[in-house]
Design a binder for this molecule. Structure first.
Ligand code: IPE
Ligand code: IPE
Ligand code: MG
Length: 250
């Protein structure tokens, strides 16, 4: 029998996959453990996603790692998450580099602990010439804040005369988002069974395919990623057109 991976065609592949890695707490609780145990076990799932994406040569992967709203969690959980992020960056830096991945960060990183900021900046810097794929971590990220910050930047440019109101196009707007260097999201995946976006890439998912999986993030394996790609390939992305137009290639 053909494996799911073998069923994947060469094209179309998404250029940009974004993942809401959700369900760590529930995964741990269902095993009678603390929520933080779920966060620890989530790291292997991150590796699985990164490896599968790298193997498929999908050039952009954005991982929702910590949201602006996650600052409202108990201090103890936030501290554990920050330590885990720091440890993981330290442990995985070499692997990320040797895979040729370029690392990027989106979000209000100045809110993160100094050490984490330093590690992130360092990893972004040392991987800046890598060209085998882009790994984007959304940290202290909130899409509404990102959009507001773009509006403010554009407002300031109008005020100073650098930009005219009639010059504001979708493209100009996008150039003021944290994601200005990345293509729009083609496929967004959320684990944990929740069917919501939770303030993630609201502008960038305008035409993304959305897949909500009934598995908890620490259980996410490479096979799950391949299944998502297989399902993606079996969708017709019409972008407002009719199927007939797509068949006729017009
Ligand atoms: C996702 O898992 C990780 C973060 C949001 C940091 P959760 O911690 O949200 O796990 P659940 O959704 O409560 O199970
Ligand atoms: C979204 O998950 C944020 C991340 C995965 C980092 P949450 O668990 O914070 O989302 P809600 O609160 O259930 O919507
Ligand atoms: Mg959650």
């Amino acid at each position: 029998m053909q494996s799911i991976k073998e069923k994947i065609k060469k094209e179309p592949l998404p250029k940009h996959v974004a993942i809401i890695m959700d369900g760590n707490g529930r995964w741990a609780k269902s095993r009678g453990k603390e929520r933080t145990y779920g966060h620890k076990c989530a790291i292997q799932a991150v590796r699985n996603a990164v490896d599968a994406c790298n193997e498929m040569q999908i050039p952009y992967l954005t991982l929702y790692t910590f949201s602006s709203e996650n600052w409202n969690r108990p201090d103890e959980e936030i501290n554990t998450l920050m330590s885990l992020i720091s440890e993981t960056l330290l442990l995985e830096a070499e692997e990320i580099f040797s895979k040729g991945l370029r690392m990027h960060i989106i979000g209000d990183i100045e809110k993160l602990p100094q050490l984490v900021q330093q590690q992130l900046n360092q990893l972004v810097d040392i991987t800046k010439d890598n060209d085998k794929g882009n790994l984007i971590l959304a940290l202290s990220y909130g899409s509404q804040r990102e959009i507001l910050s773009a509006v403010k930047k554009i407002g300031a440019k109008i005020k100073s005369g650098e930009l005219k109101e009639e010059e504001i196009t979708e493209e100009v707007f996008e150039n003021h988002l944290y994601t200005k260097d990345f293509p729009p999201v083609d496929l967004m995946i959320r684990t944990s069974g929740e069917v919501r976006i939770s303030n993630f890439l609201l502008w960038q998912i305008a035409y993304a395919e959305l897949q909500f999986l009934d598995i908890l993030w620490p259980d996410f394996g490479q096979e799950d990623f391949y299944k998502c790609i297989y399902d993606y390939q079996n969708k017709e992305r019409r972008f407002g057109k009719t199927s007939e137009q797509l068949d006729e290639n017009i």
